[in-house]
Design a protein around this ligand. Structure first.
Ligand code: SF4
Ligand code: SF4
Length: 378
C-alpha cells in the first residue's frame, strides 16, 4: 500500500480508502460487514469514510463494530464522517450530529469531519454563516471531538478552487474519476498546492466503468481490467491522497490493494496523455450519483433516464438504436413502472442546478420524449 500525508495534518493515509456506502446490509449482518472492514485494515487500508444515512443508516454502526476491535490502534487509522449544511439550523445541531456519529462509531474523536455534499455556492455560504454548521464544527474541534474540518463537494473545479482560496478547510473530498477528471482537476490541483488533503470519491463513475468495460478497454495497460485502470488512475495521481472505493466484498479489497501496491506515480505528461485519450463525451456522462432524483417536482426518475442516455454518448448509438433501447428498458429494464416520463418535464431547472456533472438534463429529456413518441406507446 502507498501512503501519503493528508495535507499538512501529519496523517499518513492509505492511497485506497474504504468508502462505507456499499455494505450489503440485506444479505449480511452488521457483524459480518464489520469483518470486511477489519480485512481492509489488515490489508493496509487506514482511511475509513462513512456518513449518517449510508446503507440505511447502518454504515457508521458497522464501522463502530470494527473500530471497537481496532481500538488499541486508534492513532493508526483515520475516520471520516459528515453532515450536510442544509440539515443544520443552528451550530448546536452540528455539534449534536458529531456526538451522534461518535457514539455510533464507538470512538472518542473523528479525524476528518466533512461539511457534506456542497453542490452550490448557497450551500457553502449556508455552512459558513454565523451560527451555521462550520461554527459548530469549530467548537467540536476546540473540545477535541474532531481533529480536522474538511469539505465534501460536487462543485466544478474552478468553484472548488475558490473554496480552497477561502482557507477554512484542511482537506477536500471530490467526485473525481478517470472519466470526469478534467471537469474537476483544477480543484484537486488547487487544493493540493494550497496544502489541503485531497480525497477522490466515485472512482468507478457510478458503475459506468464496470458497466462499459469493452468500450473502456483503451484506458487499460497490459492485462489490467478497466476497473483496475480506473483505480490505478487515482492512486497514481500525486494530486490525490486517497481514492475512496465503496467495498462490498473482501475480494474487491484485495483487488484494489493489489493495484495500489503496483501503481507508479503519474507524471504531468502521463496525465496529459490520459486527457487526450478521453473523448469529449466522457465529461458529459451521468454517473448515477442520484443527487437530482429528489429535486424533480413531477418525480421523473432522472438518473435512470440519464443512464439510458449515456449509451448514446458512450456507444455512439443511432436514434433508431436508442428508440429500441428505451423501449427495451421500459419493458424489462431500469425504466419499468416509472411514475413520470420525459414528456412530463416542466423545465423548472431544479435538476440541472444540483447535477454533479452539470448535464443538460432538460435537453436530453426533450430528446427522449421524441424517442418515446417514435416508440408509439407514449
Ligand atoms: S427540469 Fe424537468 S426533470 Fe428537471 S427537475 Fe424540473 S421537471 Fe424534473
Ligand atoms: S443527472 Fe446528474 S445529478 Fe442526476 S444522477 Fe446523473 S450525474 Fe447525478
Amino acid at each position: 500500500m502507498i501512503y501519503s500525508e493528508y495535507g499538512k495534518t501529519g496523517n499518513m493515509v492509505s492511497a485506497v480508502g474504504f468508502g462505507g456506502m456499499r455494505f450489503d446490509t440485506k444479505k449480511r449482518t452488521d457483524k459480518e460487514n464489520a469483518e470486511i472492514v477489519l480485512h481492509a485494515y489488515k490489508k493496509g487500508i487506514n482511511y475509513f469514510d462513512t456518513a449518517p444515512m449510508y446503507c440505511d443508516d447502518k454504515s457508521e454502526t458497522i464501522f463502530g463494530l470494527a473500530f471497537e476491535k481496532m481500538s488499541k490502534d486508534r492513532d493508526k487509522f483515520f475516520v471520516a464522517t459528515k453532515k450536510m449544511p442544509t440539515e443544520v439550523n443552528a451550530a448546536e445541531e452540528g455539534i449534536d450530529s458529531v456526538k451522534k456519529s461518535l457514539e455510533k462509531l464507538k470512538i472518542d474523536y473523528i479525524d476528518f469531519f466533512h461539511v457534506w455534499c456542497v453542490r452550490t455556492q448557497e450551500q457553502y455560504e449556508l455552512a459558513m454563516k454565523k451560527g451555521g454548521l462550520y461554527e459548530g464544527l469549530l467548537k467540536c474541534k476546540e473540545e477535541g471531538l474532531i481533529k480536522h474540518i474538511v469539505i465534501s463537494t460536487h462543485l466544478p473545479g474552478n468553484k472548488v478552487k475558490n473554496i480552497v482560496d477561502d482557507g477554512y478547510f484542511e482537506g477536500v473530498l471530490m467526485g473525481i474519476n478517470i472519466l470526469n477528471f478534467r471537469f474537476r482537476w483544477e480543484g484537486a490541483v488547487a487544493a493540493q498546492k494550497a496544502g489541503l488533503g485531497v480525497v477522490a470519491m466515485n472512482p468507478l463513475a457510478g458503475g459506468l466503468v464496470p458497466g462499459y468495460q469493452k468500450q473502456l478497454a483503451f484506458i487499460t495497460e497490459g492485462n489490467e481490467t478497466p476497473i483496475e485502470a480506473a483505480i490505478r488512475f487515482l492512486v497514481s495521481a500525486p494530486q490525490i491522497n486517497v481514492a475512496l472505493v465503496g467495498f462490498t466484498t473482501k475480494e474487491q479489497i484485495d483487488t484494489a490493494c493489489r493495484v495500489a501496491e503496483n501503481a507508479k506515480p503519474f507524471s504531468e505528461e502521463d496525465i496529459e496523455k490520459i486527457k487526450q485519450k478521453m473523448s469529449e463525451n466522457m465529461d458529459v456522462l451521468c454517473t448515477g450519483c442520484g443527487y437530482c432524483e429528489s429535486s424533480c417536482p413531477v418525480e421523473i426518475p432522472i438518473p435512470r433516464f440519464m443512464q439510458v442516455y449515456n449509451e448514446k454518448l458512450f456507444c455512439d448509438k443511432s436514434e433508431k438504436d436508442m428508440v429500441n433501447l428505451l423501449n427495451e428498458n421500459r419493458q424489462y429494464g431500469i425504466l419499468t413502472g416509472t411514475k413520470a416520463d420525459p414528456k412530463d418535464c416542466v423545465k423548472c431547472g431544479k435538476c440541472e442546478e444540483v447535477c454533479t456533472q452539470h448535464l443538460n438534463i432538460i435537453e436530453r429529456l426533450e430528446e427522449m420524449a421524441e424517442w418515446d413518441i417514435l416508440i408509439g406507446n407514449r
